[in-house]
Design a protein around this ligand. Sequence first.
Ligand code: C2O
Ligand code: CU
Ligand code: CU
Length: 562
Amino acid sequence: MFDLSRRQFIGSLSALGAAGAAPGMAFSAVRKTTQAASAESAAAVSALEKAAAGFGNPLRLPGTSGLYGVLPASEFREVHVVRTEIEVLPGQRTPYLAYAVESGGKQFLNPALLARRGDEMRVRLVNDLDEPTVIHWHGLSLDARNDGNGMTVVEPGKSLDYAFQLRDRASMYWYHPHAHGFIAKQAYHGLASLLFIDDDEETALRRELDLALGETEIPLVLQDRQFDAQGRLQYVPTATDLAAGWVGERLLVNLTERPFIQAGRRIVRFRILNGSNARTYRLAFLQGGRRLGFFLAGTDGGLLAAPQRIDESFISPGQRLDVLVDLREISEGQAVTLASLAFDPMHAEGAGGHGGHDAGAMEGMADMAGMDHSKMAMPAASKANMAMDGDAHALLRIDVKASPAYSRKIPAVLSALPAAVAPKGAPRRMKLALDIKGHWTINGWTFDPKVVPVTVRRGTAETWLIENARRSMPHPMHLHGFKFRVLERLGSPAQVHALAGAKGLLAQDRGMLDTVHVWPGESVRIALDFSHPYAGDQDYVFHCHNLEHEEAGMMIRYAVKG
Ligand code: C2O
Ligand code: CU
Ligand code: CU
């Protein structure tokens, strides 16, 4: 019974209708409840579709300038980190932080960068803020100096020059701040954008499916935010929020609330980034009261070997999914809804046992969520004014319109990504837990900029076993410097295991990852290869990409000895 979250436990008691039920009975009831929650009722799906039917804001798309304007990385030479204002909500000016670039007489904010594998990146970062910042290139394999891991920051008025070669596979990467203590806040207030790397496999897929970025290949940046009445972003995390993660109740896609797009009856590609600080999404495409199957084509680190047909996927903060949806299955005039389905966020389980004010508040939140879930897919307006990870939300409506005939097929092979191989030797263990003082820890460590608790040798392959405590929260664990492969998941909660194949692996686990979501009670074995071309010792970090957890110290330095 001790592996049950308080929230599940409460749910099980009400399901039984008896507070005094025997523990064994409560346990079996929980299992059923959890499974029932993952099989969406047609009513819940229809409610999400109905919500999306009212969406009226055209999705912001990367254009030729301005916010998310597409810019060749070769023209990204000098970037200023600025305080500015943009219109996020219709008719309101939102103070915002952005990466500002001027190129060819055009202004860009948070440009979406385009590059080809092998290209050189040379950019000067100028900090026009009144606090330190630095850019980290999330997912890229770089030397420590260019990684922007936060060991060096750029003070106000100062600048930093980056110079590196893009060695990584084609994928959609992203860049965001990494000055410890300022990461979560600056990312929340706007500092984040995309970096697309191309290679031959990527070019072949685009040609094969006749895809064009911004038209039939759509980047989707998922973020959740809180606004005040004037349209200003609210970010005032309490100790409780730092422990749980800051979750906003307004869902934005490419900074558009309640968005829609039009798409032809063809294959459409979505490049999805979870750019939220702490919110996880359970993504599905819905149509006519049911889920529409789709293909997972790639993950954080580029294309899978072969497309995987699925009908839902979790995406945790920091992660990317590359998704192909065949809209030929839909008739003209119909709409498809991209939604996040309800799930059990499994928060607060660790905090419950430690007493104290914050832990109590977290339990309170969990209780609220438990009540919300019993009325899954209730219209947003009637909900308590409290944002919860795991609540169902419609994200985007896709209106299917007439289009020229299209007869392309998704290739059976997408890339030459080899199968993951398990390195020899005992795994290095990374235990995630809450310590007695209420800090999330990795092997009992919290971040100390002066301490490097882990050292690996350049050129060696290692297995890491990331073990999350049973009474814990999900932690999206992110590694700088190297991508990795997932070998096995053990002990997954029912809502995750229900999606798993052999070795407990999810579709997403078949790709190259830089961030892996580790649920309470789960152990995830990953394979890493610490080979790189850089001379000398290199210095990186391994951290939770729940940015509040990271800021609270769920991060460690690790060194790669040359
Ligand atoms: Cu995207 Cu160290 O993070
Ligand atoms: Cu990173
Ligand atoms: Cu975490």
